[in-house]
Design a protein around this ligand. Structure first.
Ligand code: MRU
Length: 372
């Protein structure tokens, strides 16, 4: 996707230096576009934990390139394997909810350990990381083509009036490699000339909606309005939302969806107002080993300072200001689980299905064998 007309992905190898990975440091968007060099495994661990990068597919992409850098750092032989295994554990200990962190690194690690020597491990890790990154971008593009049909048919029902889509957090290209998950159908519709308008939930505490979704939609010229998190229900009651598109950090085989905190409340409001609520995700965000999302998905709890402070631009400088009484405790769960019964459908790179084990298995029959 484009920033000021220039094509960007969220992560790439530095030109003429395959030992350095570059990312957009998302902490400073939308006010500053800062490109960060990641050179050591520890840089990757820190970038994921401190959310320089975020969003399930991008966390997956960053972690596998981190594993590649660990292969570069590792000595040869058995010791090297121990080093890589230890690096894998550190990368995986950064954030618990997005399953892409685990599914992508598992795929790369299982191949890397087959490498005969250091050189072969490096080459496997690099080649597989690149492949997964390309695959993920393509999956997001495909999600757009399926979601496009939904927007198109609502637009026809509305006689061409703008289709109002509500989204939560940032499941855009900034959270992925390219295109985004929830935003991919929106970009496809906009590019095809279908009028769309997006309600962007601010998404406290880190404001991924207000900062990132608004930024990328604006860069692409998609009409949008930022709303505080409490407004969605009211808009739905007044017929101002045609469709909800959200992403997912981990979806179970029965279709329970973990996504950014607050998603569940939007699903309840959508259900009460007969507004279709779709979850968009590449298959890398499905955890086939889990069924009951509420009891089985690990929910990240982050520091209370994210709730107590808010960040913004003050006289041209990015600053944090205290919102709460200094002594008030705050609680900061990062995600919630929307039970499958509130999800109208799941849009993946293979099509749209019911949010149920049966529905998902129709798209992914190969997962039948994996029943635990
Ligand atoms: O905590 P974050 O910002 O990493 O959360 C990820 C998200 O932005 C989402 O929950 C998103 O909707 C799914 S990732 C495409």
């Amino acid at each position: 996707m484009k920033i000021d007309g220039q094509h960007f992905r969220t992560i790439w190898l530095k030109e003429n230096d395959p030992t350095t990975v570059q990312i957009i440091d998302q902490r400073f968007l939308p006010h500053k576009l800062i490109i960060e060099d990641l050179k050591k495994t520890e840089d990757f661990v820190n970038a994921i934990r401190e959310m320089h990068v975020r969003g399930a597919p991008l966390i997956g992409g960053t972690a596998v390139l981190g594993l590649y850098i660990a292969c570069l750092e590792a000595p040869d032989g058995e010791q090297g394997l121990n080093y890589i295994t230890e690096a894998l554990s550190r990368l995986r200990a950064t954030r618990p909810t997005a399953v892409d962190l685990f599914s992508w690194t598992e795929r790369v690690f299982q191949e890397v350990i087959k490498g005969q020597d250091k050189e072969e491990r490096i080459s496997i890790a690099l080649q597989m990381s690149k492949q997964l990154i390309e695959e993920s971008a393509e999956h997001c593009r495909m999600i757009g083509t399926y979601g496009f049909d939904l927007i198109k048919s609502i637009s026809e029902e509305n006689n061409g009036a703008p289709v109002n889509i509500l989204t939560h957090c940032n499941a855009g290209w900034i959270a992925c490699i390219d295109y985004g998950t929830a935003t991919s159908p929106i970009y496809a519709a906009h590019d095809a000339g279908i009028p769309v308008h997006v309600w962007v939930d601010e998404t406290r505490p880190r404001n991924q909606g207000a900062r990132l979704t608004a930024y990328e939609l604006g860069q692409h010229g998609v009409p949008h309005t930022v709303i505080v998190d409490n407004v969605g229900g009211h808009l739905m009651q007044h017929g101002m939302v045609d469709l909800v598109f959200v992403g997912s950090d981990r979806t179970t085989r029965q279709g329970d969806v973990a996504n950014k905190i607050g998603t569940y409340l939007k699903a309840l409001a959508a259900n009460d107002n007969n507004v279709p609520f779709y979850v968009t995700l590449p298959h890398s965000s499905i955890d086939w080993d889990l069924r009951d999302g509420l009891s089985e998905i690990p929910i990240e709890e982050r520091g209370s300072e994210e709730v107590k402070y808010i960040q913004g631009l003050v006289d041209g400088e990015i600053k944090k200001v205290l919102l709460t009484p200094p002594q008030s405790p705050a609680l900061n769960y990062g995600f919630d689980v929307t039970p499958a019964k509130y999800v109208t459908g799941i849009i993946t790179e293979r099509g749209i299905c019911e949010a149920s084990e049966e529905g998902l298995l129709k798209l992914y029959p190969e997962q039948q064998l994996a029943v635990k």
